[in-house]
Design a protein around this ligand. Structure first.
Ligand SMILES: [Zn+2]
Ligand SMILES: [Zn+2]
Length: 291
């Protein structure tokens, strides 16, 4: 089994367990290496990202755990950077995951809207993965029900991670399909959907990113398979893309969820290595591990 998880949330964002409990549960599940990936502060209000005021406490807590558990489990300080937080500084972290969770959408304002209000309400940032209802609302309200247009907007956001040098991992590449097994919002076989997905994928592969095979929606009961879809993973392999496995865990019960399944899908798609973060001459660096 792959024994590293670099995607874990805790008490500083929307995780439901403390970082220390997550660490102990990861160790008990057989992981030898763990990275915490707090959601970075965002330029608009959310109930799931780490507020700027808590970031220093998060870093201090990970450093404390690194010392306390040294020699027992390898621990990295990470962050899940969101593309809307364009200027967020990644240098304090050992590694970063680049993800898109929101779609910047222009609002339709009434013609007589006062300029100060127009400025404040000019943009809406609907969530991609909050709930099936939110996806349905956004699809109808902002895209007139055009699923291909929504997909294009989403993959345009994901593609932005290619330009953020220190975000080496691509988080849940096709997150927009989170609720598709139950609701079927997106026709993943249309030419427009495929073109948007592959355009983003190509840019990210060109920037030497490592794609997660992310099991987070399995533990939450929304999907039976990880992100990205098998179809996209097979194309990624043909493009020469790199992959890793992560649990995107928010609770002690899902620290290494469905790793066996993720590994077997990686093999089926023809991957021969999984990339893991290690310390090379004291510095964090990604290295391939035979699959
Ligand atoms: Zn995420
Ligand atoms: Zn996450």
């Amino acid at each position: 089994m792959f024994t590293q998880n670099l995607h874990a949330h805790g008490q500083f964002d929307d995780g439901k367990s403390t970082l220390e409990d997550m660490l102990l549960a990861s160790k008990a599940a057989g992981l030898t290496s763990l990275g915490f990936s707090v959601h970075c502060p965002l330029p608009f209000g959310t109930d799931w990202a780490c507020p700027q005021s808590s970031l220093a406490d998060y870093i201090a807590e990970v450093r404390r755990l690194q010392e306390k558990y040294a020699g027992r489990i390898e621990l990295f300080l990470g962050v899940e950077w969101d593309v809307t937080a364009e200027d967020f500084d990644l240098t304090p972290f050992d590694y970063a995951i680049g993800s898109a969770h929101h779609l910047p959408c222009a609002m339709k304002l009434p013609e007589n809207c006062p300029p100060e209000l127009a400025k404040q309400f000019a943009m809406d940032y609907p969530s991609v993965d909050d709930s099936a209802e939110a996806t349905a609302r956004c699809l109808a309200g902002h895209f007139g029900g055009d699923a291909d247009a929504y997909a294009k907007a989403y993959f345009t956001e994901v593609k932005k991670a290619a330009a953020k040098d220190d975000a080496r991992i691509v988080g849940h590449f096709d997150l927009l399909t989170k609720f598709d097994e139950a609701r079927g919002f997106f026709s993943r076989k249309t030419a427009a959907y495929t073109a948007a997905a592959l355009d983003a994928m190509e840019a990210l592969v060109h920037a030497d990113k490592i794609f997660e095979i992310n099991t987070g929606a399995i533990s939450r009961g929304h999907r039976s398979e990880p992100y990205p879809s098998r179809e996209l993973l097979c194309v990624l392999r043909e493009m020469g893309g790199k992959v890793t496995i992560s649990a995107d865990t928010h609770h002690v019960s899902s620290v290494a969820c469905a790793y066996d399944l993720a590994e077997s899908i990686a093999r089926e798609c023809g991957f021969t290595a999984l990339w893991r973060l290690a310390r090379v001459n004291g510095q964090p660096a990604f290295i391939p591990e035979e699959l």
